[in-house]
Ligand binder design. Structure first.
Ligand code: F6R
Length: 613
């Protein structure tokens, strides 16, 4: 999972590539590289400098030729081969005239490498990607023009790719192709771009186009032509992009994570926009699935990974309570290998911020193969899951750059609760006044989040007193359990501290053995119906020497007496509280991580979009 960018026709090639790469770092940052082509020559720089690879690349490019008008750039999250400069892209063929960048995995790279080596090709990296540069080289020697050479090379390849090649002997052409990994093309007068994601070229291109699976595009300064990898004619879909550059940058915040935490009220508010018609019906313009089909749903299965999985857990409580349909939540990477049972009337919902998580895509495909109707809940318009699903519900969180998901999570919970409400409405399991009440509760969530955000300093001061702790347990019951899972994930991914989320009832079944002085227990006590029980858990861990941090609502008068620290949140309906209660936990994780000197936007070993299994 890597970021790729290409440009042809500009006199500012290097600047475009480097700026684009800095905006693609959330796709990976183990190493980075650029290649420029012109006048029969190729120039290349590559760096591997941990989370600072792109910054190091800028330095390494100080001597780059200024007049080359075609270039490719890549920021890497290593899969095959260590994160070292020799494995960084772009890769060259033997002669150094063909340059290639790739995001994805070439599954049959070993056999292709053996075959190419037996014909005398010299490899300089241990990546899977380099084989394609050498395949293209051979086909170029057979006089195929560049697009046909790449098309034929890809006939030999199994796996996933967004791939682009250029050849210094034809420096006004770049060819790119896609299977599974994302790829967009952008145009502006006299310049044509490609990238994994729009933000990389947002300030440069004026029109954007999606390359679909098994399509190949030939870019030149005048524009592009596209066809299928089978040679068939295709027309790229134009994308309606309403992001501005401001959205894609930090807007003055120290980091993207803070910016995105602060944007949560808008993320929820936007996800709620236009969701009710004049007669009070919950509506989704983009939901291509009929009321009759939704009425007949007998079972819902949610598939997702990471934070999206936690949003899916919230949806289980909401759908079961409001729509009275039985719901299973499945880890996407487990679903497809489990020989899942898909009965008539099964609705599968894939939840993915990026819409490109390979585990979630594959789980949804498996469900479709077995006859389920499949709905995508995603933040990215035209992402893979949005295109492949039978129906889609968009969260409207806007671009999320920080690896740790925050605003996308609350938007997912909001969209899924709306979906649950819609199901309930269609199935008649909630009456009109109750739907009106829940809708009213959803409408006040942005304000509740904003109130919690205004308390950021008090949350930070609690974090400052916990800086010595190394082990955290998060406990909750009912929806507090889902918040415990997500709170623990936030802490572990950005601070590298050990943190686990548990259902309070599970404490005595094992984890209690780990409780001792020095351990911090974070308890979510906001649900009045669950409070007594979770406070019993608090008493159990306090008796064993743990320090307790409670997330408590403003109207709670009991928690303060038993917890060591209290993170107050505005009171409200427990069913919508996961969107509010997570806020102090995001900020607690953030303050602890910053206090420990971590790079919160780019945690080690992680990448924003996981496009490999
Ligand atoms: C955690 C995080 C990841 C993602 C997971 C799924 O903060 O961001 O756990 O939630 O990789 O990603 P999407 O939602 O893009 O499918």
């Amino acid at each position: 999972m890597c970021g790729i960018i290409g440009v042809v026709g500009s006199s500012d090639t290097l600047k475009i590539l480097l700026e684009g790469l800095s905006r693609l770092e959330y796709r990976g940052y183990d190493s980075a590289g650029v290649a420029l082509a012109g006048a029969g020559e190729t120039w290349r720089a590559r760096t591997a400098d941990g989370t600072e690879s792109v910054a190091a690349l800028v330095e390494a490019c100080r001597e780059a030729p200024a007049h080359y008008r075609a270039g490719l750039g890549h920021t890497r999250w290593a899969t095959h081969g260590a994160p070292e400069a020799v494995n960084a892209h772009p890769h060259f063929d033997c002669s150094g005239t063909v340059a290639l960048i790739h995001n994805g995995i070439i599954e049959n790279h070993r056999e292709l490498r053996e075959e190419l080596e037996s014909r005398g090709h010299q490899f300089t990296s241990v990546t899977d990607s380099e084989v394609v540069a050498h395949l293209v080289e051979e086909l170029r020697h057979e006089s195929y023009e560049l697009a046909e050479a790449l098309r034929r090379a890809l006939e030999r390849v199994r796996g996933a790719f967004a791939i682009a090649v250029m050849d210094a002997t034809e420096p006004d052409v770049i060819v790119a192709a896609r299977r599974i990994s994302p790829l967009v093309v952008g145009t502006a007068p006299g310049v044509t771009y490609l990238a994994s994601d729009v933000p990389a070229i947002l300030d440069r291109a004026t029109h954007f186009y999606a390359v679909d699976d098994d399509e190949i595009v030939r870019l030149s300064p005048e524009g592009f032509s596209a066809r299928g990898l089978d040679g068939s004619p295709v027309r790229l879909r134009q994308l309606a992009i309403d992001w501005d550059l401001e959205t894609a940058e930090k807007s003055g915040y120290d980091d993207f994570m803070t910016k995105e935490i602060e944007e949560q009220p808008q993320a929820v508010a936007q996800t709620l926009l236009d969701r009710r018609d004049g007669e009070g019906r919950i509506v989704f313009d983009e939901l291509r699935i009929s009321d009759e089909e939704l009425r007949d749903v007998r079972r819902v299965v949610l598939v997702a990974a990471g934070t999206s999985l936690h949003a899916a857990h919230v949806a289980k409580y909401a759908i079961e309570r409001w729509a009275r349909v039985s719901v299973d939540v499945d880890i996407a990477s487990e679903y497809r290998y489990r020989d899942p049972v898909v009965e008539i009337g099964t609705l599968v919902i894939g939840v993915s911020q990026s819409g490109e998580t390979i585990d979630t895509i594959q789980a949804m495909r498996e469900a479709q193969r077995r006859g389920a109707r499949v709905v995508a809940v995603t933040n990215i318009v035209d992402s893979s899951i949005a295109r492949e699903a039978d129906a889609v519900v968009y969260t409207r969180a806007g671009l999320e750059v920080s690896v740790a998901s925050t605003k996308a999570y609350v938007a997912q919970v909001c969209a899924l609760e709306l979906f649950a409400l819609r199901l309930a409405q269609i199935r008649g399991t909630l009456d009109a006044p109750e739907i009106e009440r829940v809708w009213g509760e959803l409408l006040v969530v942005p304000e509740r989040i904003a109130t919690a955000l205004a308390r950021r300093d008090s949350y930070a001061s609690v974090a400052a007193q916990l800086l010595d702790a190394t082990t955290y347990f998060y406990l909750g019951r009912h929806l507090g359990f889902t918040t415990a899972l997500e709170g623990a994930l936030k802490l572990k991914e950005i601070s590298y501290l050990h943190a686990e989320g548990y259902a309070g009832g599970e404490l005595k079944h094992g984890p209690l053995a780990l409780i001792e002085p020095g351990v911090v227990v974070v308890a979510i006590t906001t649900d009045p119906a669950m409070r007594e029980k979770i406070l019993s858990n608090v008493a159990e861990v306090k008796a064993r020497g743990a320090s307790v941090v409670a997330v408590a609502s403003d109207d709670d008068e009991t928690t303060e007496a038993v917890a060591d620290f209290v993170l107050r949140v505005p009171s409200g309906d427990p069913m919508t509280s996961p969107m509010v209660d997570i806020v102090p936990l995001q900020l607690l994780a953030y303050s602890l991580a910053r206090g420990m000197g971590r790079n919160v936007d780019r945690p080690r070993n992680l990448a924003k979009t996981v496009t490999v299994e």
